[in-house]
Design a protein around this ligand. Structure first.
Ligand SMILES: NC(=O)c1ccc[n+]([C@@H]2O[C@H](COP(=O)([O-])OP(=O)(O)OC[C@H]3O[C@@H](n4cnc5c(N)ncnc54)[C@H](O)[C@@H]3O)[C@@H](O)[C@H]2O)c1
Length: 258
């Protein structure tokens, strides 16, 4: 690529040297986001409850010439969250970017078949996990008076892509949290936005009995999203190009809803 164009791209995003944590980045959208951030010069902590998957992604980033660390981290475990953030700050001199991406799914449970235990489990991973990670990362961002947080939510929170009630509730909670935090944290120059993720080809979306062909037919773009489609939007939201955007929900969905 011509040097002038490459410089313009790097200047537009201004991600070079920034320290980023992407939760649940051992697979799918989180993996694609970690790779894209590292390709644009960010230093990335790849963390996941699946430690081996996180290790593989960090190695892949290293193989592409990027900088990444990895850590096993279950977002429901406060000690593991603190350990992950501590290792990131120590290696990279702080934390600039947090992508709350880790999530579990309910597997197509309707309200009448859902149990209290299933409700608690999913809310704890998807919503409380994002809350705890954000809360633990904030002192580093406040200290720098700079930070970018993205909550990876879902069309399920916005009345589209109906799925499990506990999943939809957890993802709607993430949007509420992003909006509220955007107001509280603006004075510290910390942007908080959410992704209203559309249907994306990852293992989470491949439910037994779901017809991928039918899903695709109903979409204006005539294809489901790729992890890279979502990663591109996340990377934009956590980059300096999005300096004036906060409290918003961006929905990469091929026109599925407006
Ligand atoms: N794929 C879709 O169609 C779709 C649609 C809407 C929203 N989303 C959201 O996108 C995000 C990424 O999902 P994906 O589609 O890439 O699925 P995925 O299953 O490929 O990735 C989810 C990752 O989260 C990790 N994870 C699960 N529980 C965890 C925990 N307790 N602690 C740490 N990591 C944990 C998994 O190991 C996995 O690597 C999720 O927040 C999901 O809700 C996906």
């Amino acid at each position: 690529m011509e040097e002038r164009v490459q410089k313009a791209m790097f200047d537009y995003f201004r991600l070079e040297g920034q320290a980023a944590i992407v939760t649940g980045s051992g697979n799918g959208i989180g993996r694609a986001t970690a790779i894209m951030l590292a390709d644009l010069g960010a230093r990335v902590m790849v963390c996941d409850i699946e430690g081996d998957s996180a290790k593989k992604v960090a190695e892949e980033i290293g193989g592409r010439g990027g900088t990444a660390l990895y850590n096993r981290c279950d977002v429901t475990n406060l000690e593991e969250i603190r350990d992950t953030i501590g290792k990131t700050a120590e290696a990279f001199g702080g934390v600039d970017i947090l992508v709350n991406n880790a999530a579990g799914f309910g597997g197509g449970k309707t309200f009448d078949r859902m149990t209290y235990e299933e409700w608690d489990r999913l809310i704890r991973i998807n919503l409380t996990g994002a809350y705890m990670f954000t809360n633990e990362v904030l002192p580093y961002m406040v200290k720098k008076q700079h930070g970018k947080i993205c909550m990876v939510s879902s069309g399920a929170a916005l009345g589209y892509d109906f799925s499990d009630p506990h999943y939809a509730a957890s993802k709607a909670g993430m949007i509420g949290l992003a909006k509220e935090l955007s107001q509280e944290l603006a004075k510290h120059r910390i942007n908080v936005n959410a992704l209203g993720t559309g249907l994306t080809d990852t293992r989470m979306a491949h439910l037994p009995g779901r017809s991928w062909e039918d899903e695709t037919k109903g979409l204006p773009w005539h294809r489901v999203g790729t992890p890279e489609d979502q990663a591109a939007a996340i990377v934009f939201l956590v980059s300096e190009a999005a300096e004036y955007i906060t409290g918003q929900v961006l929905c990469p969905n091929g026109g599925a809803w407006m």
